[in-house]
Design a protein around this ligand. Structure first.
Ligand SMILES: C=C(O[C@@H]1C=C(C(=O)O)C=C[C@H]1O)C(=O)O
Length: 347
């Protein structure tokens, strides 16, 4: 019996080797497609082609009685690798008149990612933190576009700098912005303004298929090229008429912040070593669909019977939630102080 297994395993080894060889051949072809795309400015992500690939591979899988789920997972993983391969060729520079782009970012990943993408598209990009604003010599740099990815608090501090920008400079805001600051920006900067709202995790490093909302601030035709540029990067660009966000979305985001904060706070208090995944970090529609496929009594059982005092426990979380809302609303210093204390734990 052992020798029978051995002979089968040998055959499996050969098949795996063939799969890897075929993957390598596929990636080489993808790379050639990437080169052509980079030359002509064709977007990395081609949804129509992907749909037809999945459909035709499903037909093959069906005939061979292989699960569609396996093929779907496999193909999406393979395609993810295709995007990375295509990244390596860089991207077509859509606007050759743009000589200098400045990014001001609070040390966040989105700012760094945009710098990388713009550099891959052959633009001249400089990244600064808000506190380095005085180092930027407006005359020397001749800024054609400025991308701001900072908190509203830091935004307040760079208003004077924005005031000095030339009227031709495109201003792109890449963060949640309050109406108050938006109005102020539009008042002090008379040039084109584009408002972006990324819908991807701040730690994303591949933008293909990721969503980004945009809203016109002023002079669409002057920054239209940048939307095209982002499309080439593979981003899914969605126009919104104004900055009214979906309430459910705001609430979920708030919960994410709360859960992460609480988790950090517990880590500090209990020196909790367990590696609980941050609950809402991977929140997505798929989870919600699965959630509703279950019998609702299952959740009631989970809450009521799992732990005798679970309701009390949840109520204590509700109290923490109330305190959290209070500190965000009325006493931001408490929140900032605690945040900076927890922050040190993860450095
Ligand atoms: C390779 C391409 O680029 C992407 C990757 C694909 C793939 O791995 O098969 C298919 C479509 C594109 O989203 C292509 O456009 O053909």
């Amino acid at each position: 019996m052992v020798s029978e297994i051995l002979s089968l395993r040998n055959k499996i080894d050969i098949i795996d080797k063939n799969i890897i060889n075929l993957l390598s051949k596929r990636l080489n072809l993808v790379s050639k497609v990437g080169l052509i795309k980079s030359k002509y400015g064709i977007p990395i992500h081609v949804p129509k082609r992907e749909k037809s690939i999945i459909k035709s591979r499903f037909l093959i899988a069906d005939k061979l009685k292989i699960s569609k789920k396996l093929i779907k997972d496999l193909m999406s993983r393979i395609m993810y690798e295709s995007y990375l391969k295509e990244y390596s060729h860089g991207f077509k520079k859509v606007n050759c008149n743009i000589k200098c782009i400045i990014i001001i970012s609070d040390n966040n990943y989105t700012g760094i990612l945009f710098k990388k993408m713009l550099q891959l598209s052959k633009y001249n990009v400089y990244l600064f933190k808000p506190k380095e604003i005085n180092k930027i010599n407006i005359i020397k740099y001749k800024i054609d576009m400025i991308i701001i990815s900072i908190s509203n608090e830091s935004l307040k501090k760079i208003m004077l700098f924005i005031l000095k920008l030339s009227k031709n400079c495109i201003l792109v805001n890449l963060n949640v912005i309050s109406y108050k600051y938006l109005k102020l920006i539009l008042y002090i900067h008379k040039g084109p303004v584009l408002l972006l709202q990324p819908k991807f995790n701040s730690q994303t490093y591949n933008l293909t298929k990721k969503k980004i909302y945009y809203c016109n601030g002023r002079n669409f035709k002057y920054y239209k090229w940048f939307l095209k540029q982002m499309k080439i990067w593979g981003l899914n660009i969605i126009c919104i008429k104004n900055l009214n966000f979906n309430n459910d979305e705001i609430f979920i985001n708030f919960l994410k912040i709360f859960i992460n904060f609480l988790y950090g706070l517990n880590k500090i208090k209990k020196k909790n070593k367990s590696n609980n995944p941050l609950l809402f970090n991977n929140f997505n529609l798929k989870d919600t669909i699965l959630f509703f496929k279950n019998n609702p009594n299952f959740y009631i059982d989970n809450i009521i019977f799992n732990k005798k005092n679970i309701i009390l426990f949840i109520e204590s979380y509700c109290n923490k939630f109330k305190k959290f809302i209070y500190s965000i609303k009325n006493n931001q210093k408490i929140f900032l102080k605690k945040f900076n204390k927890i922050n040190k734990l993860f450095l």
